[in-house]
Design a protein around this ligand. Structure first.
Ligand code: PMV
Length: 320
């Protein structure tokens, strides 16, 4: 039985950083994110007769290093006695470079595996299954602007606004398309164990979530931008103060932040966020997207600029 699914990455405006339960991969804090429309991962799962070995290709190239996480995710959806799977993944953007490719990949994987195995899970159950492998993947099961809540030993996702209710644009400055050296999972654990700012980060998150949730409800762009930039810089501060320090930025990352400050000084509604990688994501409105794209493209060290609107959650698609 074969099935396919498509999912888009999501970008957190109020970040998830740190785990409260590493065995079950449960996040230590809630988060708020936007699901993109134009960057995507397509995932095909073909279940074979009998119990052979799983296989994985990413953009048509065998990817044995990524296979263990994929196999674990398939186990959690289909159970331990499941048949072997041939998994094919393709993305239209750089993977493992801080562009949330694991979020789109594992969101698409749980949907494709559910369809291929004729299982019946709600979107919320699928979010929990995806979140076991990549915490942020839980959010990509849902579209628009979403909030992830911690609920005992599960996560719960609320849609704050549908994509069409506030058509924000996300402009991504790629400053280094290669893979990052330290995975976010590993870096989170280093922060939890060694950063002097970690407890304060946990304590302040509820306030940041409330401010952002209210700003989204009021469609208050400036308020959302201020709290999102603050939350992002706090997350990086706690990483920088970890031992060893986790610095995902490069010179071009910082140059992009100055570009955003210049745009803000010229009264453009625009704000930045940066995840566990050196790319800069800039959120703006439709009318200033072209100016933001041009400003980032001419920032020294930027190798590519990707643009996306907000989109829907992970869903099955017809196998081509
Ligand atoms: O889901 P993970 O393990 O890839 O971690 C995601 C961490 C950040 O992207 C930095 C923040 C977030 O909330 O997406």
């Amino acid at each position: 039985m074969q099935a396919a699914a498509r999912a888009q990455p999501n970008i957190a405006l109020i970040k998830y950083w740190g785990k409260r339960d590493t065995a079950r991969n449960l996040p230590a804090v809630g988060s708020i994110s936007v699901t993109l429309a134009d960057l995507y991962t397509d995932m095909t799962v073909e279940l074979e007769d009998g119990r052979g070995e799983d296989s994985l290709t990413v953009n048509d190239v065998a990817a044995p290093d990524l296979l263990p996480r994929v196999s674990l995710c398939l186990d959690s959806v289909l159970g331990d006695g499941r048949p072997a799977a041939v998994v094919r993944s393709s993305s239209n953007f750089p993977i493992a470079a801080g562009l949330a490719s694991s979020a789109s990949a594992f969101a698409a994987l749980v949907v494709a595996a559910t369809e291929a195995g004729a299982r019946d899970f709600s979107q919320e159950e699928l979010a929990n299954l995806a979140g076991r492998t990549s915490g942020s993947a839980a959010r990509s099961l849902f579209g628009g602007i979403v909030e992830l809540h911690n609920d005992h030993d599960r996560v719960r996702i609320d849609t704050l606004l549908a994509a069409e209710d506030w058509p924000l644009r996300v402009v991504i400055a790629v400053t280094e398309p290669g893979r990052k050296a330290v995975s976010s999972g590993e870096a989170m654990e280093i922060s939890r164990k060694t950063s002097p700012h970690y407890q304060r980060w946990l304590a302040d998150q509820a306030y940041d979530l409330t401010v952002a949730r209210d700003a989204v409800a009021a469609r208050d762009f400036n308020r959302l931008g201020q709290i999102a930039e603050h939350n992002c810089l706090k997350m990086h501060t706690l990483m920088w103060a970890s031992q060893p320090p986790m610095v995902y930025w490069n010179e071009a990352t910082l140059a992009c932040l100055y570009t955003v400050r210049d745009l803000q000084a010229a009264a453009s509604p625009v704000f930045f966020t940066v995840d566990a990688g050196p790319q800069v994501k800039v959120i703006c409105l439709d009318e200033n997207e072209a100016a933001v794209r041009d400003a980032l493209a001419s920032t020294p060290g930027v190798s590519d600029v990707l643009v996306s609107g907000l989109g829907e959650g992970a869903r099955p698609v017809t196998v081509s």
